[in-house]
Design a protein around this ligand. Structure first.
Ligand SMILES: [Fe+2]
Ligand SMILES: [Fe+2]
Length: 184
C-alpha cells in the first residue's frame, strides 16, 4: 500500500510551491523592494504548525520500519530525522524574526534573506533526497502489514491550507498560491 507515500509526495509538492513563493520574496528583498511580510509569516506559521507536526512524524514512523527491513538505510534515515529537527528549529526562528520585523524591529535585509534562502535550499535538498532515495526503497521493501501498522500510528489532521477547507487564517495565502499557479 503506497497511499501514504502518495500523501507524503503531495505534501512535498505543496511545500515546494511555498518555497517558490519564498524565493520570489527573497528576490524582492535583495532588490530593496517592499515584501509581503504577512505572507512570509503565514507560510512559516503553516510550515511550523502543519508539515512539521504531521508530515515529519509520519515519515519518522516510516523511517523506523524501513530501517528494520533495510539496515543499510539506517544512516540516511537517521540523518533525515535529524534534519527534521533542524528544519523545525529554523522555521520557528524565522517566524520569531518575522514577528520582530512586523513589530518594527530593525533586522538587516541581508540577514533575513540569508535565513530564508538557507531554509529554502535545505528544505529542497531534504525533500529531494526523500523522493529519490527513501520513498522508492520504502515502496519496494515495506510489507502490506507494515504499511497498515504505520497508517494506524500516524497523526491525522486536516490540512488547513491545502486540505478540503482552507482555514480563515490562510485564505489570503491560498488566494496568492492560486493566482501564482494560474499565471502563464
Ligand atoms: Fe522529511
Ligand atoms: Fe518529507
Amino acid at each position: 500500500m503506497s497511499g501514504m507515500l502518495d500523501r507524503l509526495h503531495a505534501d512535498h509538492v505543496n511545500v515546494a510551491r511555498l518555497l517558490d513563493l519564498l524565493e520570489e520574496q527573497c528576490e524582492l528583498l535583495q532588490k530593496g523592494e517592499p515584501v509581503d511580510t504577512r505572507m512570509l509569516q503565514d507560510i512559516f506559521s503553516y510550515i511550523a504548525h502543519h508539515p512539521d507536526l504531521y508530515h515529519h512524524p509520519s515519515e519518522e514512523l516510516l523511517f523506523a520500519v524501513l530501517r528494520g527491513c533495510d539496515p543499510s538505510s539506517a544512516e540516511s534515515v537517521e540523518a533525515l530525522a535529524r534534519e527534521h529537527a533542524t528544519l523545525t528549529k529554523a522555521a520557528n526562528e524565522i517566524l520569531a524574526t518575522l514577528s520582530a520585523v512586523s513589530g518594527q524591529a530593525m533586522i538587516p535585509r541581508e540577514r533575513l534573506v540569508g535565513m530564508l534562502l538557507d531554509y529554502v535550499a535545505r528544505s529542497r535538498r531534504h525533500m529531494s533526497f526523500e523522493e529519490s532515495t527513501v520513498f522508492p526503497r520504502a515502496r519496494a521493501l515495506v510489507s502490506e502489514a507494515d504499511w497498515q501498522a504505520i497508517e494506524r500510528g500516524i497523526p491525522h489532521k486536516e490540512d488547513p491550507l491545502f486540505g478540503t477547507t482552507v482555514s480563515e487564517q490562510y485564505r489570503a495565502l491560498f488566494r496568492l498560491i492560486m493566482r501564482e499557479s494560474s499565471d502563464p
